[in-house]
Design a protein around this ligand. Structure first.
Ligand code: FAD
Ligand code: SF4
Length: 513
């Protein structure tokens, strides 16, 4: 009996993969590999590498326990050839399979490899859609067809209807509204303290991986220890249940809040697990819905959480595949600056940036509003080259895979796609940061001041951005109050602000800010 070879990538750690449903347990072989090419195409955070390698090894063990033959290539195996291409060729030579079966890769870069294999390798490939995503590429394309604007809100409503999530008896939205976002913008309270998170005991597999990562990746930005990640489905589901029971009730209220020393607040920390396949996104949405139906969590929290997964997560994946590969080249504002060194941990006087970068270094995590309104906003205002910003986000976060990171960075944070994803740039001055966080209380700058030695850099950089991009933004309906405010200032004041922005722009690259 001839066997098939099943190639499973590191972010496909789910027993529900369609190719595994076609697995012949008597004959077929699974190929999984930790290759240098993947581990180093950007300088990933050590925690991210350790998480993925450990989760892969645990998944391989689960398959073996179920009776599968698994060809697993470890990063430090002597005969590791360093690339998917070479490892696949080697496995084909060794096992002489009838066919190679795989589930479509999540990233365009790897998809190009698969296309190339189909052309150059003589045995047939069978490629299955990735049904862990709740909107297929084709369905998204059909939804987008003929639309002038691809707004999340409308996509999200379709998804709610499709999966019958949070609907009332008449198939309308639970509670009468599709979206409760306006209730989800509470500023942090001074004594805010979120519940402690679950930490998992490290087994031999994880310990071995930590030694490996320490040896090979210690120069990468980020702390390997303490290592707190779940590395298999049962651990990840423990975290999911803990989130639903203990944190979801407050998720909505504090979704946009930022607080020094509270890296996680009420966020779920589940993105890494969902992205590599340890948690099924639909199951998670259903768990959240159940919590609302049983009266344990309020609608604003549950709707907000479900919108992130059923809405945003699927939407960004749709955008990524609709516009790749050209999306990567987007640069609407023609931004060309380098990434300042303080993104890699060099000292800065701006408390907000220092705090978010510190959390990122320690945890390989930062919650959404910090990614968007602190590091993303600063990169937008200070005109950093989108490709450089994209590489940073892809490297530093444990949940970062290109399909989800790139649209969030290039589209949402930098508006470099010219408005495909967001109807206006998420540009904000220090006043927004001051309202939504306690960062400014700890900073030597003052968010109320735009000019002078105490002036918050976000303020002058914000107005500089607005002034410089007037031709691109003035006609935008959603910017209609911004330009009158700018021109209401005296010419002298405007010049002072622009000079202050120039001064700070120079300071950034002299490591003086
Ligand atoms: C510049 C930038 C870069 C980002 N890069 C990534 C990335 O590489 N990988 C990634 O998974 N998310 C990314 N996001 C989206 C979001 O910030 C993270 O999904 C979220 O912070 C993960 O933390 P959490 O699990 O605690 O999320 P929660 O706040 O608890 O949200 C619940 C879930 O919703 C999903 N979700 C929420 N927002 C988004 C979004 N905008 N896009 C897609 N899914 C979303 C995630 O699966 C998340 O686990 C990025 C956002 C920005 C602004
Ligand atoms: S004052 Fe400005 S630089 Fe300082 S924390 Fe607030 S927003 Fe950031």
């Amino acid at each position: 009996m001839k066997k098939n070879l099943h190639f499973i990538f590191g972010d496909q750690l789910s027993h529900k993969l369609l190719n595994l449903i076609h697995f012949d347990w008597q004959n077929d072989v699974v190929l999984m590999c930790e290759v240098k090419e993947e581990a180093s195409y950007v300088r990933h955070h050590p925690k991210k590498i350790a998480f993925i390698f450990s989760a892969m090894r645990h998944f391989a063990e689960e398959l073996r326990k179920k009776g599968a033959k698994v060809e697993y290539v470890k990063f430090d195996d002597e005969n590791n050839l360093g690339s998917f291409d070479a490892e696949l060729e080697k496995a084909i030579k060794k096992h002489n399979p009838q066919k190679v079966l795989l589930t479509e890769p999540s990233e365009y870069r790897v998809w190009q490899k698969v296309i190339n294999w189909q052309k150059t390798i003589e045995i047939p490939f069978e490629i299955f859609p990735d049904e862990r995503f709740l909107c297929s590429k084709i369905d998204f394309r059909n939804w987008a067809k003929g639309k002038k604007q691809l707004r999340l809100e409308f996509f999200y409503r379709e998804m709610r209807k499709k999966y019958k999530i949070l609907l009332d008896k008449k198939m309308g939205p639970a509670g009468g509204k599709w979206n409760y976002d306006e209730q989800n913008r509470k500023s942090p309270e001074n004594n805010i303290k979120s519940p402690k998170r679950i930490s998992h005991k490290k087994d031999e597999i994880t310990k071995e991986v930590l030694v490996l990562v320490e040896k090979h990746f210690k120069k990468n930005f980020g702390d390997l220890l303490p290592f707190h990640f779940a590395v298999n489905n049962s651990q990840a589901m423990l975290e999911a249940q803990h989130f639903i029971d203990e944190l979801l009730p407050n998720f909505g209220d504090y979704q946009d809040a930022m607080f020094a020393g509270e890296a996680y607040l009420y966020h779920s920390l589940l993105s890494s697990y969902i992205n590599v396949g340890l948690i099924d996104p639909l199951e998670l949405c259903q768990m959240a819905e159940k919590s609302y139906l049983s009266g344990k969590a309020p609608l604003n929290s549950v709707e907000g959480f479900i919108r992130q997964i059923l809405g945003w997560r699927e939407y960004v994946r749709g955008i990524y595949w609709l516009y790749s590969p050209q999306y990567f080249e987007s640069n609407f504002f023609n931004a060309k600056n380098n990434l300042p060194e303080f993104y890699w941990g060099k000292k800065t006087k701006m408390f907000c940036i220092e705090e978010v970068v510190k959390q990122t270094k320690e945890n390989s995590y930062s919650h959404h509003i910090q990614r968007l309104m602190i590091t993303g906003n600063f990169a937008l205002l200070s005109e950093i080259d989108p490709k450089k910003v994209h590489e940073w986000y892809l490297a530093v976060y444990a949940d970062a895979f290109e399909w989800v990171e790139m649209p969030n960075t290039i589209g949402m944070a930098l508006h470099a796609d010219g408005g495909i994803m967001a109807s206006k740039p998420y540009a904000a001055s220090g006043k927004y940061i001051s309202r939504m966080s306690n960062f400014c209380d700890k900073c030597s700058f003052d968010p109320e001041i735009s000019v002078g030695s105490k002036a918050c850099p976000f303020n002058s950089l914000y107005w500089n951005f607005i002034s410089k991009n007037e031709d691109k933004l003035k006609k935008n309906q959603r910017m209609q109050f911004v330009y009158p405010t700018w021109y209401k200032m005296s010419e002298e004041k405007r010049n002072q602000i622009l000079n202050q922005a120039k001064f700070y722009s120079e300071q950034i690259y002299n490591n003086e800010l």
